[in-house]
Design a protein around this ligand. Structure first.
Ligand SMILES: [Zn+2]
Length: 404
């Protein structure tokens, strides 16, 4: 073999791996993408108890060298570290919160690759530890109440709750904080005018932020209400024809209210007692009056009718959100306010609406919403004022008198 050939073979032996190696070396020196971090099993601002098990996934096109975690600057040791996909590295961590004080912690997570630049991504998360057992009690657990009334149930807790629900009458009602930062919770149970007269079991399910459960029981004895009887009244055929043309079909209102319950804020939007929504000369129809009319047959009037001079001001009986401002066949010009917790007040037969209110607006107690009228199924100027809790009509006067 001549020298030239020897040199050529020698060069080739060096060059071929060098080209391959060169690519790797080039990548090692030039790779500059940050790893991506995914955290599974722990969430920002959540409250934890006992053991927290979570995974950190580091995703990078370059080999991950290490994944680190610390809690308030104290290093946490991973219990495993492995490659679980093409570019995915996963570490498992466990925090035993039993040794920690009940407070807020900063969880710092980082992932670093093994390139020359040691590209490192860091993320921070606030978490809370709470190992205090949940302790709750009903202020009162046995109630007696008439059909058509509201029962207010109070619950005391040693801490903030994630959720509390009352189960009765085959329905569920949510508790709401009595006021901001309070650990006293309230729930308003509507007793339908036609609810069965007997003692009904009340079951309350409570859950706190780290997930402790508590079950409380009580009962509500429903008493028969003596609803007064009215002979009846009628609205002329002419007026009915006219109203039918001007107003939307009534099922539109019913459907809107059913939908609105699901969207009602879970907190009380009101802070002080409900007021009557106008200056009242007289209550012409009491709550629950038994009626019979040619148009509607036999029914209970589950509201109160109030009179004053025509077109006098009608205002919001408490703070709330306008959810209906429209004209319907039976209720005429109608406003419905949502006060939170599925509690609505309804204002029927208005002559006109206040010009500065729209659906979606928040109104304050006493804000004018319209003028007293006789639109819809009405034989004279009056306000039909109704109160509903989760679409069950209850006596609104109880809310004015009892200052719920
Ligand atoms: Zn009425």
């Amino acid at each position: 073999m001549n020298l030239k050939l020897k040199v050529f073979i020698f060069m080739a032996l060096i060059a071929i791996p060098s080209i391959f190696l060169g690519k790797k070396v080039f990548r090692y020196f030039t790779f500059n993408e940050l790893p991506k971090i995914n955290v599974l099993g722990v969430e920002e601002n959540k409250v934890y108890k006992d053991k927290i098990n979570y995974e950190i996934q580091a995703i990078s096109d370059y080999k991950i060298a290490q994944v680190k975690a610390s809690l308030n600057n104290t290093k946490l040791e991973p219990t495993s570290f492995s490659k679980i996909g093409e570019n995915v590295y996963q570490s498992h961590f466990e925090i035993d919160t039993k040794n920690l004080a009940n407070e807020k912690y900063l969880l710092e997570i980082s992932a670093q690759d093994s390139s020359f630049a040691k590209n490192k991504a860091t993320s921070f998360m606030n978490i809370f530890v709470d190992n205090t057992p949940l302790s709750t009690a009903l202020v009162k657990s046995e109630f007696k109440s008439e059909q058509g009334k509201t029962v207010k149930i109070e619950l005391n807790s040693n801490k903030k709750l994630a959720q509390a629900t009352a189960n009765i009458f085959s329905k569920q009602f949510n508790f709401a904080q009595q006021s901001d930062n309070s650990t006293n919770y309230v729930c308003f149970i509507p007793i339908d005018c036609e609810e069965e007269v007997k003692t009904h079991l009340l079951a309350v399910d409570v859950i706190d932020l780290p997930g402790n459960n508590s079950k409380l029981v009580g009962n509500i004895e429903v008493l028969a209400a003596q609803f007064p009887k009215q002979v009846g009244f009628s609205v002329s055929q002419e007026k009915l024809m006219e109203e039918k043309q001007k107003g939307n079909p009534d099922h539109f209102l019913a459907e809107t209210l059913v939908k609105a319950i699901a969207e009602s804020p879970k907190e009380k939007l009101w802070k002080t007692a409900f007021d009557l929504p106008m200056n009242v000369q007289k209550i012409t129809t009491p709550f629950g009056e038994r009626r019979q009319t040619p148009q509607k047959g036999k029914y209970l009037h589950k509201a109160i009718d109030l009179i004053n001079f025509p077109r006098s001001t009608v205002w919001a009986s408490n703070d709330g959100k306008v959810i209906v401002k429209d004209r319907f066949f039976m209720s005429g010009n109608t406003i419905v306010l949502d006060h939170g917790c599925g509690i609505f007040t309804l204002y029927y037969h208005l002559d006109s609406f206040a010009s500065d209110i729209s659906v979606g607006d928040f109104v304050k107690k006493g804000n004018p919403i319209g003028r007293l009228g006789k639109t819809g199924y009405s034989s004279g100027y009056h306000l039909h004022w109704e109160m509903r809790i989760n679409n069950v009509a209850v006596d609104p006067l109880q809310w004015v008198e009892n200052k719920f």
